[in-house]
Design a binder for this molecule. Structure first.
Ligand code: SF4
Length: 724
């Protein structure tokens, strides 16, 4: 490994907190070490074990450093880059010739930088001319994104910065466990309580986060929607609604109110298992202070009714006037490193850069103009992530995959693995031979976070710059270089530059005027300002707040921004840390209540499968584990999967702590050691999803899709459990 220069300020490659860190070259160029970067306001120098050990993947002995091409004998063998790129271009072109453009699929990832996500979406649509592109972020926050759009007219994970959390009065944290997923974020909740605020955690498990809460509600998995309706019922019954806010800033209250009133507390107790007194306690805590927030994560979102579930929590915020006001609101704690930016720049099946809708003629015309093509040549929306993976080998014959490992991370994973194996052609760009890359016809070894420059957008909507801190090993290329190499072979090299800043400049133009407007953001500004919050149009709009206003207003109006009058150079737009304070981003500026009612999960327990399975993460591993399973220190801390179950359930089925348990669902069987703990409901078992093989949790999970977001139901399915 080669290093260059002194310490470089950059960001962690993993989760959506995007902690700041400094990378200092080790003497002799052996690698880099992580140092504290106390000036970055999100983490103030703190890092979790994953961030501290991230450089280990740069120098891992299992790192890919040369392309691999599958031979006629069926083995992956080293090849030159020319041979590998020729093989990919030919594999994709051959499929297109034989079956049409939509027989070629593209699958991206929420860890790709904004530049890569943008280039990948553009590559799919103008180089391959396929509509079949989606990304693994569909499995992450898509229900929250859909609910955000529906209620507020715009989706940005957090519509306020994290620094607002300690200053609000109460936070309800629904299906989120930052103690394990993003430990440095815990300080915001700790400070909230030190300041006299209260924390309510909703989770079927008493997680390390729940242990720090003032109140823990442990609903049956898949019933968060009913829980939110029950709380709203009690809000109405207790006279805690904010009638002035409802009248002036919302629409649709009466229908939403009627839905909540049909969910009386005793019914909600029966559905959720949360006792009525605890519901009352939660309402009292939430309604007492002047300001409050609801934050969701994957728990309520990864359900076949995820959009409505998040919508129910948003309704609670709206009914109590806890949205669009200082220190109040609904937000989503996004999971993947660039889960936010990854969904804004066109790798999502239904979207174009700038968070524009692919079906909107004006959006198509704008982006086609930037890309120099006829809008009619832009394909329409394609399949969502699970539907795309499910179509592999049938309608979709070839796949180009970047930054994802669906063999481990997709629901009903054994089926998806079988679909991937049935492809005519698979090309994977990755840093290690992931379980998915191992099935490829061509594997392209690519650069990692510390070896390249690019932007990410963290869970607050803060656009950040990751900087190159060391020279990549010979033999690897960046994803942008891969796309350039393929585009060259497909006849359009100029459309795919390899320099990240050049791509970002084009992204700025493509996003200009869209909901996620980056046109006023430059690399220089990000460096100078510790990140810039979108929307940030290139020129200020008439009548908007000045640069010092801590609560600049709406993005939606950016789309209609009038050109600046000639005259002195206008002040740059300050970015938008806080959204919706004056108006929501809907056409009439009002937030929309959406009427929702409880419905069961797609699978409920029965005689054959009498228990519920829920899945999640552990602190020392990240997502499919493709990177973190290659780090010795993390493996020592979290060496493999386990099945968490309550002592009463363990006694009933004869489970012994540490002994193997078989968990069986309608989709397959997984085996992992029992971990007996009273921190989980007795009707529920939990498995972390980071591992492949026998203990692969996603062998069991249910791909039942949310009708709006197309999110699979990772968080609940019916299983039976027995000693293996
Ligand atoms: Fe990295 Fe997330 Fe850990 Fe921060 S919390 S160090 S961003 S994995």
């Amino acid at each position: 490994m080669h290093t260059s220069g002194s310490a470089t300020a950059t960001h962690c490659p993993y989760c959506a907190l995007q902690c700041g860190m400094n990378l200092r070259p080790e003497p002799g160029g052996a690698g880099v070490t992580v140092e504290e970067r106390a000036d970055f306001p999100v983490n103030l120098g703190a890092l979790c074990g994953k961030g501290r050990t991230a450089p280990a993947v740069l120098s891992s002995r299992v790192r890919l450093t040369e392309p691999l091409v599958r031979t006629h004998a069926g083995r992956l063998e080293p090849a030159t880059w020319e041979e590998a790129l020729d093989a990919v271009a030919e594999g994709l072109a051959r499929t297109r010739r034989s079956y049409g453009a939509d027989a070629v699929g593209v699958f991206g990832g929420g860890g790709l930088t904004n530049e890569k996500a943008y280039a990948l979406g553009k590559f799919a649509r103008i180089a391959l001319r396929t509509s079949q592109i989606d990304y693994n972020g569909r499995f992450c926050m898509s229900s929250a994104a859909a609910a955000h759009q529906r209620a507020f007219g715009l989706d940005r994970g957090l519509p306020f910065p994290l620094e607002d959390i300690p200053r609000t009065g109460c936070v309800i944290l629904v299906g989120s466990n930052p103690a394990d997923t993003m430990p440095p974020a815990l300080r915001f909740f700790r400070e909230l309580r030190e300041n006299g605020g209260t924390l309510i955690v909703v989770d079927p498990r008493r997680t390390r986060t729940a242990e720090q809460a003032d109140l823990h509600l442990a609903p049956r998995p898949g019933t968060d929607l009913a829980l939110a309706l029950g709380l709203l019922h009690l809000v109405v019954a207790g006279g805690h609604t904010d009638e002035e806010f409802i009248a002036e800033r919302t629409t649709g209250w009466e229908e939403a109110r009627a839905g909540a009133m049909a969910h009386w507390p005793e019914l909600v107790e029966r559905i959720t298992g949360v006792p009525v007194p605890k519901l009352r306690e939660a309402v009292a805590m939430f309604c007492a202070p002047e300001s409050a927030m609801v934050l969701t994560a994957r728990g309520p979102e990864q359900q076949s009714k995820g959009t409505d579930t998040v919508g129910a929590w948003i309704n609670l915020c709206l009914a109590t006037g806890r949205a669009g006001r200082p220190l109040s609101g609904y937000g989503c704690l996004t999971g993947q490193g660039n889960g936010q930016g990854g969904r804004e720049h066109g790798q999502k099946a239904d979207q174009l850069p700038g968070y524009r809708k692919l079906t909107d003629p004006a959006a198509r015309a704008h982006v086609a103009g930037v890309w120099g093509i006829d809008p009619d040549d832009l394909p329409g929306p394609g399949r969502s992530a699970y539907e795309l993976l499910d179509a592999l080998g049938s309608d979709v014959k070839a796949l180009l995959l970047m930054g994802s490992n669906p063999v481990v991370s997709a629901p009903r994973a054994a089926h998806i693995e079988e679909r991937i194996r049935s492809l005519d052609f698979l090309a994977v760009a990755d840093v290690v031979l992931s379980e998915t890359a191992a099935l490829a016809d061509v594997v392209l070894p690519v650069t990692q976070w510390a070896e390249e420059t690019g932007t990410t957008t963290n869970l607050e909507g803060r656009v950040l710059l990751r900087r190159r801190a060391l020279t990549p090993p010979p033999g690897v290329r960046s994803d942008l270089e891969v796309l350039h190499g393929l585009a060259t072979r497909l006849g359009m090299p100029k459309a795919f530059p390899t320099e990240p800043e050049e791509v970002f400049e084009e992204l700025r133009r493509a996003s200009a005027g869209g909901p996620a407007d980056y046109s006023g953001i430059t690399y220089a500004r990000i460096e100078a300002e510790q990140g810039v919050f979108w929307p940030c149009p290139a020129a200020p709009r008439t009548g908007e707040p000045d640069a010092q206003d801590p609560a600049p207003s709406q993005p939606a109006q950016a789309a209609q921004a009038a050109p600046a009058e000639p005259g002195p150079e206008p002040e740059p737009h300050p970015g938008t840390p806080r959204l919706f304070l004056d108006r929501f981003a809907t056409e009439d500026g009002r937030a929309r209540f959406v009427p929702v009612t409880h419905r069961d999960a797609a699978e409920v327990p029965d005689a054959e499968y009498p228990l519920l399975l829920t899945t999640g993460r552990v602190v020392a591993q990240y997502q499919s584990g493709a990177q973190t399973r290659r780090v010795d220190e993390l493996n020592a801390a979290a060496p493999g999967p386990f099945v968490e179950l309550h002592p009463r359930l363990a006694a009933r089925i004869g489970a012994v702590d540490g002994a193997p348990l078989a968990v069986t669902s309608r989709r397959g069987r997984a085996v992992a050691p029992a971990r007996i703990t009273d921190s989980i409901r007795a009707d529920t078992v939990f498995m972390p999803f980071h591992w492949p093989g026998e203990g692969r949790a996603n062998t069991l999970t249910n791909p039942a899709l949310d009708p709006t977001s197309r999110m699979p139901e990772f968080k609940v399915c019916a299983v039976r459990v027995e000693p293996a």
